[in-house]
Design a protein around this ligand. Sequence first.
Ligand code: NAP
Length: 290
Amino acid sequence: MVVVGAQIVFDHPDKVMGTKKPTQVLRFLNEMSAIVITGASSGIGESLIKTIVKLGYSGSICNLSRTKPAFFLQKKYQHFACDLSDADALAQAADLLMKYLNTAVRDGPILLINNSGFGAYGPFQDLERARQTQLIDLNIRAMVDLTHRLLPCLLERGGVIANVASIAGFQPCPILATYGASKSFVLDWTLALGEDLRGTGVRTLAVCPGPTSTDFFRNAGFGDARLDVPGQSADDVASETLLALANGKRLIVTGWRNRWLVRLSRFLPLLLLTRISGSVLRRLRNSVAE
Ligand SMILES: NC(=O)c1ccc[n+]([C@@H]2O[C@H](COP(=O)([O-])OP(=O)(O)OC[C@H]3O[C@@H](n4cnc5c(N)ncnc54)[C@H](OP(=O)(O)O)[C@@H]3O)[C@@H](O)[C@H]2O)c1
């Protein structure tokens, strides 16, 4: 990793899954008869599924997102086209998904990965209301809705639910207020759900990446913002996530720098932490404006 000026420099994806206990991960994956993911069309979701396929996973893979993943060429990969921020569209896609699971993949545990999400960067008062509510609909409501729809099936067959939160979920995030709060929800909800499900044969994992090299920043309106923090590649996040799943972890903060950041932030009073987080994120805004 190299940091040049105020530029985010992503780790090179030189640690592909092959170097991180692939046998153990594949053993876990092959216990799952199907993997259901949201947002495998790009970024972290795409890396997760590509890594899973590269490892030799033999079960079915289902994706829900607006765009079909470019690598979904084989019949065993099912794409359910859906804008998950639209409650009716989600209900229709979930019905089709359930029909598919009940006919084509009748037995065995299911791995559900709620990964779709986006951010909206800027002071709340400057952002469009519709975009803010859409963010809540996707990052929060869709995750809760889809999980609740699939849960009876998971409770019957066993399974794991992995929800992609963020290190943004550990503190308030001025300039990313709604996004940060949505990820606090994902984090808290996933940990609490894990407790509710104790002893049922279904467990949860909260995944907390830090800055990761994907389309996220452009889509969130950072423009060509240069972030003064080192980031990870999507492949590295995917690889750490899969290992955490195989190890039965309940919470993972990916990347050692992110783990330190989260640990240090625990020592600060919440109001001070909010100010610091705001000043870091505001600096990014200034660098966009320059
Ligand atoms: N990148 C980071 O720095 C970072 C850090 C921490 C956490 N995360 C989280 O990681 C997750 C994945 O983000 P990413 O970084 O991989 O960003 P990304 O490359 O922009 O991918 C976002 C994914 O979400 C899907 N999505 C967006 N809107 C959707 C909608 N309305 N309905 C269904 N699917 C939708 C997209 O698919 P379609 O466009 O095809 O619908 C895409 O596959 C998000 O939850 C994000 O908050 C990212």
